[in-house]
Write a protein that binds this ligand. Structure first.
Ligand code: C2E
Ligand code: CA
Ligand code: CA
Length: 637
């Protein structure tokens, strides 16, 4: 039933009830009032009767004489003798007189009034003691039964007018109230919509997304389904806002919304997560898995956007997390998706599915950090050494020290994973301390065995901020009596560029010590030649990503060629890492690359295996690199 009708009916009911109550009250009051009037009249008739009495004559005789003459329809008398407690002849009222007598006997010397019913008839009475006697005169009146109709004949018209007016007011008030309610409810609906939607794109906002993720998760849990939650970051929004104005930015957001809707049709939920981020939630199925959803979404962004006469290419970055694989609550799922998006942006890739190893805040990572701290403290890490073949001297002239961690429960943890954790938690300092101590000590042991190897140690960007690093290295070299030139420090191109001024200062200090310096992973960063020229580095390591496929990929080969030539022009020696085949090795030798490192020479191995290998391959003679491989074991990590 519509609210308006409901209100009208309730208001009419209320006014009917009020008018009815009013009528009943009015009727009762009117009856009581008429009763009072009648009783006063009855009392007056009694008094009138008493006035006719002559006190010098016998009273009873007089009463019995006068009473019958004064009786009529409205006054019927009873003569009562109190001392005898009986009704005396002379009065005309016979019915139920004993009741009346009982009443009178209780209090005989004052006026009493009341009413009683016999059958359906109601009687009013007034009983008055005859002055100076034992007699009472009770005057009785049979009340008119047509009282109600009389009452209504009097009040009928004003009552129906009142009823009409009150119903009219009710309907009017009901309509007014209904309009007010409608306006309030419309306002509430609007407020609710505004609180849960983004007004520009009309998509659910962040709060509503959270609630809908929670709901969908519960449904998915009950049905044993999987959900893919994705955050889409529109990279170009800021540029569009800054260069073409916010109106153009709004148009871009609207177009992105339309494309997302077209791409997903009815298969998923789209939301505006805030700023330049949209969210997409979709059920995972055979056809709609994380990869296919990513592909579909990225493809939808490919066509050029036309905004206010400008043709724009808009790039999007996606972060993805999956329920229940990655999270159990909406908040966790959204948080993990944000982590995945952050990773994608950091690695400058189109999309990234949540990976616990990238998550700085995951419980697993916290556990791993704790275990790594213990492992470093208890010296449970191992240092492996990977040989570097000196092409000119035709021998293994150096080794790169590489840290290994065999976790008691999880087994082998890749260095890229634990080094990254160490770098982000400050553990890298103590890890590097340990590597330097172990590597320099090992270098001294090999020297004592007559094997004059250079040991390369990797430094992280954070180590470059350690003011004590050069003095610590100097002390170690001094302690083990190792010549500074036998220690090489590898610093990645990116680490050198994070704080060039700092790096330059530290490299200068290290160079002053006489330590060898190497630019690691060259080709993956963005260092400028001008800057590199100012650094006191001795060698450049071409990143393995170019070397691995140089035998098959001509563009990789040309990068390697250019890098070798560039390094030589700058007066640097070149190390090629990631050499996995003879063809690459031959080509690198031909190009004049000074050192070759890779699985083709040997994998990283523990110090005792390397010692055994060095002994069996006679480091100092002119053995070919192929022969050096003799004795290298296959099971190295
Ligand atoms: P990196 O400094 O570039 O080390 C060379 C990596 O290339 C090593 O990986 C090595 O095992 C691998 N490699 C060598 N030859 C070949 C080859 O022919 N083919 C292929 N596919 N790979 C080859 P690893 O040992 O897994 O170390 C990974 C990274 O972890 C290192 O890259 C380095 O950045 C870091 N790392 C390892 N140990 C330490 C350390 O003690 N301190 C610091 N700061 N970083 C370390
Ligand atoms: Ca290295
Ligand atoms: Ca490297």
């Amino acid at each position: 039933m519509p609210l308006r009708l409901k209100l009208i009916l309730s208001f009419i009911t209320i006014s009917l009830m009020v008018v009815s109550i009013f009528s009943v009250v009015a009727y009762i009051s009117a009856r009581e009032y008429t009763q009072h009037i009648e009783q006063v009249r009855l009392h007056k008739s009694n008094e009138h009767l008493f006035e006719m009495l002559d006190t010098s004559l016998p009273l009873l005789d007089q009463l019995q004489d006068i009473v019958p003459h004064h009786e009529n329809r409205d006054n019927v008398f009873s003569i009562i003798d109190i001392s005898q407690k009986k009704i005396l002849p002379g009065g005309g009222f016979n019915l139920g007189t004993h009741l009346l007598a009982d009443l009178l006997i209780q209090s005989s010397n004052k006026i009493q009034q009341g009413n009683f019913t016999i059958g359906e008839q109601e009687y009013l009475w007034s009983a008055d003691p005859v002055p100076d006697s034992q007699y009472i005169i009770a005057n009785t009146y049979l009340r008119d039964s047509s009282d109600i109709s009389t009452f209504f004949s009097y009040v009928g018209t004003p009552l129906s007018t009142t009823l009409f007016i009150s119903i009219w007011i009710s309907v009017w008030a009901a309509l007014l109230l209904a309009r007010l309610f409608r306006q309030i409810s419309e306002k509430n609906t609007l407020l609710e919509y505004q609180a849960s939607h983004d007004l520009l794109t009309r998509l659910p906002n962040r709060g509503a997304i959270g609630r809908s993720v929670q709901q969908e998760m519960e449904t998915a849990r009950a049905r044993n389904e999987e959900l893919v939650f994705c955050l889409v970051d529109i990279d170009a929004l800021k540029e569009v806002n800054d260069s073409l104005g916010h109106k153009s930015g709004d148009i871009l957001l609207d177009q992105v919304t339309q494309r997302l809707k077209r791409t997903l049709q009815d298969s998923g939920h789209i939301g505006r997560f805030g700023g330049n981020k949209f969210s997409v939630m979709i059920k995972r199925s055979e056809t709609d898995n994380a990869e296919s959803i990513c592909r579909k979404l990225l493809e939808s962004f490919e066509p050029i956007y036309e905004i206010n006469g400008h043709s724009l290419y808009v790039h999007a970055t996606l972060g993805i997390a999956i329920f229940p694989e990655h999270a159990n609550s909406a908040q966790e799922l959204i948080q993990k998706t944000e982590t995945a998006l952050h990773t994608a942006k950091k690695l400058v890739i189109d999309s990234s599915v949540y990976d616990v190893s990238q998550d700085n805040n995951s419980a697993e990572r916290l556990r791993l950090t704790h275990d790594l701290r213990n492992a470093i403290h208890n010296e449970e890490l191992q240092l492996y050494y990977q040989p570097q073949f000196d092409v000119r001297r035709n021998e293994i002239g150096s080794v790169e020290a590489l840290a290994r961690w065999i976790h008691p429960q999880q087994g082998f943890i890749p260095p890229d994973t634990f080094i990254e954790i160490a770098e982000h938690t400050g553990l890298i300092q103590s890890l590097t301390d340990w590597v330097l101590r172990t590597a320099i000590k090992q270098c001294a042991e090999w020297r004592d065995m007559g094997k004059y190897l250079t040991v390369s140690v990797n430094l992280s960007a954070r180590n470059l901020h350690d003011e004590t690093l050069s003095s610590q290295i100097s002390n170690l070299l001094h302690y083990w009596d190792v010549s500074p030139g036998k220690l090489c420090l590898e610093i990645t191109e990116t680490a050198m560029m994070t704080n060039p001024a700092h790096a330059k200062k530290l490299l200068k200090e290290l160079d002053d010590l006489g330590v060898r310096l190497s630019i690691d992973d060259f080709g993956t960063g963005y260092s400028s030649l001008g800057y590199l020229k100012q650094l006191p580095v001795d060698e450049l390591k071409i990143d393995k990503s170019f070397v691995l496929n140089m035998a098959k990929d001509e563009s990789d080969a040309s990068i390697v060629r250019a890098t070798v030539s560039l390094a030589h022009d700058l007066g640097l020696e070149v190390v090629a890492e990631g050499v996995e085949d003879q063809v690459s090795q031959d080509e690198l030798s031909r190009l004049g690359c000074e050192y070759i490192q890779g699985y083709h020479i040997a994998r990283p191995m523990p110090h005792d295996e390397l010692t055994a290998m060095l002994i069996s391959t006679k480091v100092k003679n002119n053995t070919q690199a192929d022969e050096i491989l003799v004795g290298v074991q296959a099971n190295h990590l």
